[in-house]
Ligand binder design. Structure first.
Ligand code: AMP
Ligand code: ZN
Length: 474
């Protein structure tokens, strides 16, 4: 039974879905005004582990993610410029062009990191009608008010607003932080905007008609509405990075439960931050590391996934190239060990031993998704006194959750190991494969095909896999 830390109860709660026939999970998606940095992707990797583990446990899962393409202002609260507009100005493009470009870039990165694409991915700009419907209802029920042209949520109407923390209102009061102007329209400091019509930024590019005038939605209402639209009035799990807990998720709960009139989401999972020595990695400040940057430095993106799995999602993780190099070396060893198994005499699968290996793996993940212990279970399986077939079955099973492509990478390595790289003929083939990969990268497909044809004429057959190209001497 999975026990998962719940930020709402501050305990490890048993995961019991509302309906075991379909578990529902909502993930706050990226704000698509820039590339995702590897900090953002740490959150998505760890959420992906939860997604895959729920399926591994045998539950069907429907997962929804929004794309924030409007309304996320620079301060996370209700002040500052819309981040999308900032991105569009920076690149002298339209907001929708920026949104499309960075949404595609985000899913490219996810693909490289083996992060599953959720069943539903919904940009906020496609749900304006939903937002208006819910805001109207909140006004009717007295949970919202109009002031200065904007619609605000009235947090004083709730018995408990700060659900995740016992913060003092003064500590967190939005709008009174240094350098940020207080919004005089708010009745209470914690109130937040549901719909903007009057913003300091009149050049907001995307605006829609509403009963309250031409304007645009606040960021928080987007996630509540997109979740309810696709997953209904009761949600099993909501996830996001820890910085989303306040104010974003706090506001989501406030407005969703006020609208629904009952408890909305049972379980809140928050992934802690990736930091550098200079502090939290963020899109707007400090060092900005991307998957492409790691690739350009020669790292396999899955090394970064492995690096993330080695530590617990509820602890801050410090990124440094030294730490990443250690993960890369350990990952190589893991592949090499698996490759040895691939090339050896397999034997039969020993079912009892395999079952014990799987139990150790499940126990690790059942304990609040302890991925580093799950990786230990993987090492233990590889070291165990068992046939290669048993060990490979364990690796394949665990990798449906860890998703490090261990078997495929091991098969490729085993294939290469059959050949002696110091043999000039083999060295020539490997150089040709490299040149072909470069040609493909440069989209010079004619050259890539020419190299393939030339090798085939020499009796070398190439096979392209996700991990790279393997060859066979005919
Ligand atoms: P954003 O694109 O800024 O809306 O953020 C996308 C996701 O990344 C959210 O769930 C954030 O909470 C999360 N996030 C932002 N910065 C970090 C970080 N340094 N480490 C881990 N997750 C982060
Ligand atoms: Zn959200």
């Amino acid at each position: 039974m999975l026990k998962l830390y719940n930020s709402a109860t501050r305990t490890k709660d048993e995961f019991v879905p509302n309906d075991p026939k379909l578990v529902t999970m909502y993930t706050c998606g990226p704000t698509v005004y820039h590339y995702a940095h590897i900090g953002n992707l740490r959150s998505y990797i760890m959420e992906d582990i939860l997604d895959r583990y729920i399926r591994y446990m045998g539950y069907p899962l429907k997962r929804v993610m929004n794309i924030t393409d409007v309304g996320h202002l620079s301060s996370d609260a209700d002040t500052g410029e819309d981040k999308m507009l900032k991105g569009a100005k920076r690149e002298q493009k339209s907001v929708l062009e920026i949104a499309k470009f960075y949404t595609d870039a985000f899913f490219e990165d996810c693909k490289k990191l083996n992060i599953r694409r959720p069943e539903v991915v919904e940009p906020a700009t496609r749900c304006i009608g939903e937002f208006i419907k819910v805001i109207k209802s909140l006004l009717e029920k007295g949970y919202a008010y109009e002031a200065g042209g904007n619609i605000y949520f009235d947090t004083s109407k709730l018995e408990k607003y700060y659900v995740f923390n016992d913060f003092e209102e003064e500590d967190l009061a939005v709008g009174v932080r240094e350098g940020v102007e207080e919004d005089g329209n708010k009745r209470n400091k914690a109130d937040f905007v549901l719909w903007f019509t009057k913003s300091k930024f009149d050049d907001q590019e995307l605006k829609w008609n509403s009963p309250w005038g031409v304007g645009y939605p606040g960021w928080h209402i987007e996630c509540s509405c997109i979740s309810m639209k696709h997953l209904g009035p009761k949600l099993d799990i909501h996830c996001g990075g820890i910085d989303n807990a306040f104010p974003h998720h706090t506001n989501e709960i406030a407005q969703s439960e006020a609208y629904l009139g009952h408890k909305w989401c049972n379980h809140w999972m928050h992934v802690h931050h990736l930091n550098t020595n200079a502090g939290k990695m963020s899109k707007s400040s400090g060092e900005f590391l991307t998957v492409s940057l790691l690739e350009s430095k020669g790292y396999d993106p899955l090394v970064y996934r492995f690096f993330c799995l080695q530590s617990h999602y509820r602890k801050g993780l410090v990124f440094s190239y030294e730490n990443l190099d250690n993960a890369a070396a350990a990952f190589d060893k893991l592949i090499a060990r698996t490759a040895q198994l691939v090339s050896s005499e397999q034997g039969a699968v020993e079912e009892e031993k395999l079952a014990a290996m799987k139990t150790a793996f499940r126990e690790a993940l059942d304990n609040d998704l302890n991925t580093s212990l799950a990786v230990t279970a993987l090492y233990d399986a590889l070291k165990a006194d068992a046939t290669p077939a048993t060990k490979l079955a364990a690796v394949a099973d665990f990798d449906t959750v860890l998703c490090l492509d261990l078997i495929k990478k091991a098969e490729k390595k085993a294939n290469e190991a059959q050949y002696d790289e110091s043999d000039p003929i083999i060295a020539e083939i490997l150089a040709a494969i490299k040149a072909r990969a470069q040609a493909k990268k440069e989209k010079n497909y004619a050259e890539a095909d020419r190299i393939r044809g030339e090798l085939l004429a020499k009796g070398v057959e190439l096979t392209d896999t996700k991990e790279g190209t393997t060859f066979k001497l005919l």
